[in-house]
Design a protein around this ligand. Structure first.
Ligand code: E4P
Length: 222
């Protein structure tokens, strides 16, 4: 299973690259806003360079299908490892499958985003998406079981031999990460603060403290 970092903060990206646990980065317009990014091209190009051949996703910022295509092509020209995020439907509910299909045919990798249901995921896979991003937290917000959704979609991919990979995003707790991982997500995209939490445990700290104290006692001359 791969871990992507769900952030545009280059300091966090560089910090976590050193740990060896990061396989890519995802962003969206809200993350860009929250992380104070105004020069999107400069920021994404820096992230892309820091990642080497690992992918970074950037989302289109228009609903117009012609503009989506030209924006996606422009983004993809910035670096080899750029993946373009296209929502499965636009804000009016029109599907974006033609655009997804066209870009993939032109060898531009697409991450189909804002996926909340099994059928949306299935349609994205059929259109040829490289990645399908299931929004775990938002699915749960609406009272549905996101873990079952991930499990069932993974099984469908395997049954029918689709090449797309499931990215689980919209992580709200460390338990979401565990549930997504055990449901078979290929990738989980995680905000940096949760990566820190995943490593931590109060009882581990206490145990390590005990070992340190005992080692000092045992080396002290009696
Ligand atoms: C990642 O690809 C998604 O854009 C992101 O995880 C969405 O998270 P949110 O539901 O907290 O906005």
């Amino acid at each position: 299973m791969k871990i992507f970092l769900d952030t545009a903060k280059i300091e966090e990206i560089n910090k976590w690259i050193k740990s060896g646990v990061i396989d890519g980065v995802t962003t969206n317009p809200s993350i860009m806003l929250k992380d104070g990014i105004s020069n999107i091209r400069a920021s994404i190009s820096t992230i892309a360079a820091a990642l080497g051949d690992k992918p970074v996703s950037i989302e289109v910022t228009t609903d117009d299908p012609v503009e989506v295509l030209s924006q996606a092509r422009n983004f993809a020209s910035w670096a080899e490892n750029i993946v373009v995020k296209i929502p499965v439907i636009d804000a009016r509910g029109n599907h974006c499958l033609d655009t997804i299909h066209r870009l993939e045919k032109d060898n531009i990798r697409v991450n189909v985003t804002a996926v909340m249901s099994f059928n949306q995921a299935l349609m994205a896979a059929k259109a040829g998406a490289t990645y399908v991003s299931i929004f775990f937290g938002r699915v749960c917000d609406e009272g549905h079981d996101a873990q079952i959704l991930v499990q069932e979609f993974k099984r469908w991919i395997l049954d029918w031999n689709y090449r797309c990979q499931i990215i689980v995003g919209s992580i709200r707790s460390v338990m979401d990460i565990q549930k997504a991982a055990t449901a078979g997500a290929h990738i989980i995209t995680i905000p940096p603060n949760f990566l820190t939490k995943m490593c931590d445990h109060m009882y581990t700290r206490e145990t390590v403290r005990m070992f340190l104290d005992d080692s000092q006692k045992s080396t002290k001359p009696r």
